[in-house]
Design a protein around this ligand. Sequence first.
Ligand code: COA
Length: 161
Amino acid sequence: MERKALYAGSFDPVTNGHLNIIERAAKMYDSLTVAIAINPNKTEFFTVEERVEITREVTKHIPNVNVITFDGLLADHVNNNCYTAYIRGLRATLDFENELQMAQINAHLFTGETETIFLMTDPKYSYISSSIIKEVVSLGGNVEGLIPEYVEKRIKEKLSE
Ligand code: COA
């Protein structure tokens, strides 16, 4: 049976912290689906179409990764697609309580055998988030090593629109 994993988030935009999780999870499973949330509760910087294109571009070197969008309840998507694992990255203890709550409600909502699997974020990336990256780029700060060059270029283009 194919062992499929899912990694969901806003990815607005994808950072090297996300990519580190994606690369490691892709080695652990036959396929990894990166699911970009259409989330009406979060103000978007990149449109969902742009986020898909950017994420596809920076993951194109990983053959078993595919990028999709989803809306609504994550558990519905999981239940309709029979994933082996739902991947989450943990950056710091700050993430823990929120992640514990999400994992527990998802365990209640998942109807199949899908397990939430936590990967510890590489310490190089434990202090970054998509928002902090956008803020630093917008103020002219150095983000070398924290996001792919392509993502930095796209943020700058978007800011100049
Ligand atoms: N490296 C760098 N940054 C990381 C990271 C990592 N490894 N892991 C998380 N982050 C950042 C993200 O970029 C994000 O930054 P931002 O808030 O500035 O955009 C922040 O940490 C939070 O990430 P995450 O907790 O993954 O939130 P998200 O908004 O990216 O995604 C969903 C959350 C979409 C997975 C969740 O809200 C969801 O499942 N929604 C669907 C509706 C639903 O089912 N709700 C019930 C869920 S139990």
